[in-house]
Design a protein around this ligand. Structure first.
Ligand code: 0XW
Ligand code: MG
Length: 369
């Protein structure tokens, strides 16, 4: 089998509720869906969706443009040969992991359909079909954040990520203390500033919240800042935006900077690299999440598939965007929140989704072999 055609679709996934991070508010991200058609007529799907122009160093129009080089590089190749496909993409265009991720995911979906297996099995097999997830409490005043945290825990959520940063630091400290005060036993709180604090602010918050059980996710903007503040923190440090590739992840493990990772498939270039990172985190006993910044059922199914293969003791959860935009591509099998967990889609083979022809409208670009 070989790749014959690549089609691109653009899908709007507007936030249905206020979703604010330190550097941006998510309004209407546009998802890029990749459809790969092989010589046997099988169709594999991949997706990438940037949450906002500020969350990561990529622009959605640039993602679409990257396929001008990536599509010709992969058409004609065997989608089961993930290393060959990734090598061809890297030889055609340096960086740009987002478009590469969408193609890589589509190849894994195709491989599952060709082999009549689920992607989760090809990734090593599920430790569980009920995958832990976490839910975001956006930036808001202390009382509102605490009320959100209570409501979410009442629905079964056990992992909460509280957004912070981008405002006076005392307001962050008040919100952190209020949410920590309503967290229940066997729950977990991460405070994620998406690079929003200075080094001094991060140390100040950690000291002010010293007695509280929580972790600090990406408090500052750079790997150097995180390494510098790590010895002064009273809390575990989770690396997200600075986990840009296998080399940077290995470095932050060996240097002792990272006590865990918030990993995004699109930033790492796809499931092939995520599988390698999972193996590294397993061997180093470093917890990781398996998710992305935004997106629909396809990227959610990819994150949940990899998340299902994690050692449960090392899983920080698989986050999905569906609760925030309420849009499904597959109304029956699309991943959704159920009592604090996400169920692995097992509809069709591959990613486990059943996508109707034409469900994404007309393609915005088509590349032929
Ligand atoms: C919570 N997320 C997975 C979704 C947001 O877009 C950003 C990301 C994070 O952890 O920062
Ligand atoms: Mg994060």
């Amino acid at each position: 089998m070989s790749l014959r055609e690549l089609r691109l679709y653009r899908v709007a996934l507007p936030a249905r509720q206020q979703y604010t991070m330190s550097n941006s508010a998510v309004s209407t991200p546009f998802s890029t869906v990749v459809e790969l058609i092989d010589s046997d007529g099988l169709r594999g799907y991949g997706e990438v969706c940037l949450a906002s122009p500020q969350y990561q160093s990529a622009h959605s129009a640039g993602v679409v443009a990257s396929f001008e080089l990536l599509a010709p590089a992969v058409l004609g190749l065997d989608p089961l040969q993930h290393s060959v496909v990734n090598a061809a993409m890297n030889a055609s265009l340096d960086g740009h992991p987002e478009g590469k991720a969408a193609i890589d995911i589509a190849c894994w979906d195709l491989a599952g359909k060709a082999l009549k297996r689920h992607v989760v099995d090809l990734l090593g097999g599920a430790a569980t079909d009920r995958i832990l997830t976490y839910h975001v409490v956006g930036i808001s005043d202390a009382d509102t954040a605490a009320a959100d945290a209570v409501r979410l825990q009442d629905t079964g959520i056990t992992r909460i990520q509280l957004k912070a940063g981008g405002r006076p630091i005392d307001q962050d400290i008040d919100a952190i203390r209020a949410v920590a005060g309503v967290m229940r036993p066997s729950t977990d709180l991460a405070v994620d500033t998406n690079r929003g604090w200075t080094s001094g602010e991060a140390i100040r918050v950690s000291n002010a919240c010293a007695g509280l059980t929580l972790s600090l996710e990406q408090p500052c903007a750079t790997e150097a800042e995180l390494a510098a503040i790590k010895p002064h923190l009273r809390h575990p440090l989770i690396v997200d935006e600075n986990a840009t590739d296998l080399r940077s992840i290995a470095r932050q493990i060996t240097q002792g900077t990272a006590d865990g990772f918030g990993l995004k498939i699109s930033r790492l270039g796809g499931l092939s690299t995520m599988q390698a990172v999972r193996n590294l985190c397993h061997s180093a006993r470093v917890p990781m999440s398996s998710d992305d910044a935004w997106g629909g059922d396809i990227i959610a199914a990819a994150g949940v598939a990899l998340g299902a293969t994690l050692d449960p003791a090392l899983s920080r959860g698989a986050w999905i965007a569906h609760p925030y935009h309420q849009t499904h591509y597959d109304d029956t099998h699309g991943p959704r929140l159920e009592n604090g967990y996400v169920t692995l889609p097992r509809g069709g083979h591959g990613l486990g989704l059943v996508l109707e022809d034409g469900c994404f409208g007309d393609p915005v670009a088509v590349y032929h072999r």
